[in-house]
Design a protein around this ligand. Structure first.
Ligand SMILES: [Mn+2]
Length: 247
């Protein structure tokens, strides 16, 4: 089995809330770990993450321990970073054996061709401001400078404040499938332009679960983990994909 989850936002909210979400996701990892060939985390695992050469943020040990235990057992864990954890470096790979990607990933699983992405920064060419901000945020020299000049406690405090602000500002104004229409539109354009058309697209980011299937296009959008019953995706050995609720 292959499993897909996104937008856990570990550390978000007050400490009690953050712990609740951490336990929820830990229980899910325990369950899917039983029969998983691979587990894909499609971004925003952390509400904020910034790592120094020898310093990482406190917390999340239930999750980090489980990820390490999974990869120790030979379960493949793939993490595509999102807009809240774009500063993940090599710590998760070195310590937990997680395969980290900072861009969308095309991959063949169970005889299906999949396109996996967090869902931010798609079609960025036509948005100069977003492109500029991305260049700044993702710039390696700036990251290096930031890590050398800003004390970790200060950096984390700023980052957590910024993440909370951004999360709240992105809270959906329309609570229906229209929220994920841009992802479906992106998938349609991408499929039309590619020689090897993906059988299924899986995205996170919008915190709005949706199973879209029309005109040979299949798009799965995952839910977020602040929900009582988070929605994740599964693909069975026959290549059959579905959204599922975790409770
Ligand atoms: Mn998110």
């Amino acid at each position: 089995m292959y499993y897909f989850a996104s937008d856990v936002h570990l550390g978000a909210g007050d400490p009690a809330q953050a712990r609740r979400v951490e336990r929820r996701f830990a229980a899910w990892l325990d369950r899917v770990g039983d029969d998983a060939e691979a587990i894909f985390i499609l971004g925003d695992l952390f509400d904020f993450w910034f790592e120094y050469r020898r310093v990482v943020p406190q917390g999340f040990v239930r999750i980090l321990g489980r990820l390490a235990a999974l990869t120790d057992r030979g379960v493949r864990v793939v993490f595509i970073t999102g807009n809240h954890d774009m500063w993940v470096g090599d710590y998760l790979h070195r310590e937990c054996g997680v395969e980290v990607h900072t861009a969308p990933l095309e991959i063949a699983l169970a005889g299906r061709r999949l396109f996996l992405a967090h869902g931010d920064n798609l079609k960025i060419e036509r948005r100069p401001l977003l492109r500029f901000m991305n260049a700044v945020f993702r710039s390696r020299p700036l990251r290096w400078l930031f890590a050398r000049c800003v004390h970790p406690d200060l950096a984390l405090r700023f980052g957590q404040w910024w993440s909370g602000k951004s999360r709240k500002s992105h809270r959906n104004y329309v609570s229906d499938d229209r929220t994920t229409d841009p992802l479906v539109a992106y998938a349609r354009e991408y499929a039309a332009a590619s020689s090897e058309r993906p059988d299924c697209f899986i995205f996170g980011h919008m915190h709005w679960p949706r199973d879209y299937a029309a005109d040979g296009l299949r798009v799965l959008c995952l839910g977020d983990w602040s929900a009582e019953r988070p929605v994740y995706a599964a693909i069975d050995p026959e290549g059959c994909a579905s959204l599922r609720e975790w409770s």
